[in-house]
Design a protein around this ligand. Structure first.
Ligand SMILES: Nc1ncnc2c1ncn2[C@@H]1O[C@H](COP(=O)(O)OP(=O)(O)O)[C@@H](O)[C@H]1O
Ligand SMILES: [Mg+2]
Length: 330
């Protein structure tokens, strides 16, 4: 198969399995990435994220399963695949003694861009990633964030349509992380498909159009960040009473309406309860409080974060959950 329809995923993996000796690193991972979008591959340490990326980028072979990048089979057409991907790992492969520009020109020439082509492309990328002023300084003088941006620039020299970013912001300070996010968003706007592995839920929430959560080499959930958050009913209602002596009455009223025992914070004068999902419940609670003569000072609904989802999903002894977009375990 060559090329493929514009609507077909640019990366597709189906049932990837990989063992390292006795360790089952991947136990049937399937995923799809569309061009111009970000797929967040989310999972705790040791979940199998890097193994997945290494298989997709042809560095290692799966024991079984099938994967394609831009319509090319990663096992049978590795050279075609490599020509179409850029990759940034956790550890930058740059020469610290050379300047940023020299690094990019050297790599560009290795990629057969030619002397002039490599220089032009290097200049473009240095500008784009905010490295113009630092371009002619040795890389060993760069900050962590600058190095990571240069690493990203290096991976983009040959205009790959697919980018694999394996924990790209691990070890970066919050400012550098935010800068990198902006750069990634620009690439995606240009049509690049990005597979991003991360342990940071915030990062997946911010960047990813779709998320696949893996744990112990298995996909345990998938869908948009929004759908994942909806799938976990952890919306919490927090009520602060105007007068501390109303706390008991409020608590009784809430227990009656919600059918569960609320958490009480006596010091803050607040009570919180998990909502099943509906607004009906919210108005029932408001009415019950009013009927009990409880004056409410503040009322807030806390929507679940991806972190809540993640904690719930990766908690031991949970059955696999699937929302949309990704097929359930087969
Ligand atoms: N080369 C290897 N030899 C033995 N075990 C490995 C090797 N690479 C990965 N593993 C194991 O496979 C599992 C998945 O690892 P990895 O894909 O690196 O996870 P992640 O990137 O999500 O932290 C882990 O249990 C890890 O220890
Ligand atoms: Mg890893």
């Amino acid at each position: 198969m060559t090329g493929g329809r514009a609507t077909s995923p640019i990366v597709r993996a189906d049932g990837l399995r990989k063992r390292h000796g006795d360790v089952v690193a991947l136990d049937g991972v399937s995923l799809e990435l569309d061009a111009g979008s970000v797929l967040g591959l989310l999972g705790p340490n040791g979940a199998g994220k890097t193994t997945t990326v290494r298989i997709l980028s042809t560095l290692i072979r799966a024991d079984s399963g099938h994967a394609e990048v831009a319509g090319f089979d990663v096992a049978r057409q590795p050279r075609e695949v490599r020509r179409r991907i850029g990759m940034v790992g956790q550890y930058a492969a740059l020469d610290g003694l050379l300047t940023g520009r020299e690094n990019l020109v050297l790599l560009g020439r290795l990629l057969h861009l030619g002397r002039a082509g490599a220089r032009t492309r290097a200049g473009e990328l240095l500008d784009r990633f905010g490295l113009r002023d630092a371009a002619d300084r040795p890389v060993r003088t760069y900050s962590g964030g600058m190095r990571r941006r240069l690493d990203l620039a290096a991976s983009l020299l040959a205009h790959p349509p697919v980018l694999f970013l394996d924990e790209p912001t691990t070890g970066l300070d919050p400012v550098s992380r935010a800068e990198l996010w902006v750069v990634i968003e620009e690439l995606v706007a240009d049509g690049v498909g990005v597979l991003l592995t991360t342990q940071y839920l915030e990062e997946a929430d911010r960047l990813a159009n779709q998320v696949v959560v893996i744990d112990h080499g298995q996909v345990i959930a998938g869908g948009s960040p929004e759908s994942l958050k909806r799938g976990v009913r952890t919306s919490r209602l927090e009520i602060t009473v105007a007068r501390a002596d109303a706390l008991t009455d409020a608590c009784d009223a809430l227990t009656r309406v919600s059918g569960t025992k609320p958490d009480v914070d006596v010091v803050a004068g607040s009570i919180s309860v998990f909502l099943q999902d509906s607004l009906d419940q919210l108005s029932a609670i408001a009415q019950a409080l009013q009927a009990a003569g409880v004056e409410v000072a503040d009322l807030a609904v806390h929507r679940p974060t991806l972190e809540d989802v993640f904690i719930e999903l990766t908690a031991p002894h949970r059955a696999p959950v699937t929302t949309d977009a990704v097929g359930g375990p087969r």
